[in-house]
Design a protein around this ligand. Structure first.
Ligand SMILES: C[S@@+](CC[C@H](N)C(=O)[O-])C[C@H]1O[C@@H](n2cnc3c(N)ncnc32)[C@H](O)[C@@H]1O
Length: 357
């Protein structure tokens, strides 16, 4: 089996709209933050300047989880801003992201924020959010869901598991934690420059529970078992498995607050709110309603495929990549279906304000 191109960074979600169809868990989570987003948006001071209001969506993927939050923010801002003030929605993701599916969704989906709204202008920036993406002091509201726990790069390979966050090798773990700390500061530094005074940034991302629990146990277990089985069955080589990594790290409350120092400030940014909550598990809830273990297995397998598998498959070549994705999904579906159980997933929700003066 030949090796594909080694990638040293997070790989976008599965393309051709697959992420939009499979990301039930992320969609349920970002949907659950809408009330917080609504309250946050209301606090953004609006000046009378005749400049567009800019909403930025960092790590948008193909947009399915962005429609409702952006629609909500537009609804809150439209009245005080007045009907003529342009509202620009800038969606951001990595250069290889499936932006075509995002723009198609904006045109075609009945829930698109373009429906029943005028003077709203969507656009996209295909660049890592660990860079500056937008002009200084231009963003009124930043939103990011389920994205900032993805690191800027793969600092070192992880040989004992598929997800950097689960490694038990002390040096490797320390390297990832260091990378995660640096990335979080870097993300905040750039957003601090982009936000207008009084602007707000709402970031929701995978995190560890306050008691230190990582969560995602069921997913971690089945993914590891299936990938191990695939390497034993020579579907992937041991070398390829060793190269595979999902570069995500779940941060603790302390790690999230670390850049803000004792005075609660990081430059001109201040934390207004931080909580770590158990996310809804829509796949389990559906299973409780239907009792259909096969469907439960299929849903989790697809969710893992569209989210994690592209990063793993980056170690493989074109055709082998497709076969790997299909096989992984099939194997996972069986494993998940054997014994359905809820998956505990913790997410941090952090609201950051750029001070007004
Ligand atoms: C799990 S998806 C979340 C998508 C969407 N916000 C949601 O809530 O469903 C994570 C997204 O973050 C993007 N991402 C990861 N690292 C990134 C980076 N450095 N810059 C921009 N986007 C990034 C991925 O490409 C992916 O589309």
């Amino acid at each position: 089996v030949s090796n594909g191109q080694w990638t040293s960074r997070a790989v976008p979600m599965e393309g051709d709209g697959a992420y939009n169809r499979g990301a039930m868990v992320q969609a349920a989570h970002s949907g659950s933050i809408i009330p917080l987003l609504e309250a946050t948006t209301r606090r953004i001071p609006l000046d009378n300047l005749d400049v567009p209001l800019v909403l930025a969506d960092y790590g948008c993927a193909q947009g399915a989880s962005s429609l409702e939050p952006m629609r909500t923010a537009i609804a809150v801002l439209r009245d005080p801003a007045g009907p003529d003030r342009p509202i620009c929605v800038v969606h951001n993701d990595q250069p290889d992201n499936d932006f075509a599916s995002l723009f198609r969704l904006l045109e075609e989906d009945p829930n698109s924020y373009l429906r029943n709204n005028v003077n709203v202008f969507p656009s996209a920036v295909g660049r890592s959010f660990y860079h500056r993406l937008l002009p200084s002091s231009s963003v009124a509201l930043g939103w990011s869901s389920n994205a900032v726990h993805w690191l800027s790069r793969v600092p070192v390979s992880v040989t004992d598991t598929w997800n950097a966050g689960w490694t038990n090798i002390p040096d490797v773990r320390a390297t990832y934690v260091r990378q995660s700390d640096e990335d979080w500061r870097e993300f905040l530094r750039h957003r601090g420059e982009e936000l207008r005074r009084g602007g707000r940034l709402l970031v929701s991302m995978g995190a560890t529970a306050d008691n230190g629990a990582l969560g995602w146990d069921v997913v971690a277990r089945h993914m590891h078992a299936e990938l191990t089985a695939m390497s034993m069955n020579h579907i992937i080589s041991l070398d390829e498995y060793a190269q595979m990594v999902v570069p995500t790290v779940l941060r603790s409350r302390e790690a999230l607050l670390a850049p803000f120092g004792a005075d609660g400030r990081f430059g001109e940014l201040a934390v207004e709110h931080l909580d770590i909550v158990l996310a809804p598990d829509p796949i389990w809830e559906e299973f409780l309603r239907s009792g259909d273990a096969t469907a439960y297995g299929r849903r989790w397998a697809t969710a893992c495929r569209v989210t994690f598998a592209p990063s793993l498959a980056a170690a493989l070549m074109g055709e082998q990549r497709v076969a790997f994705l299909n096989q992984l999904e099939e194997g996972l579906a069986e494993r998940f279906a054997t014994e359905p159980e809820p998956v505990a997933m913790w997410f941090a929700r952090i609201i950051i304000a750029r001070l007004e003066s």
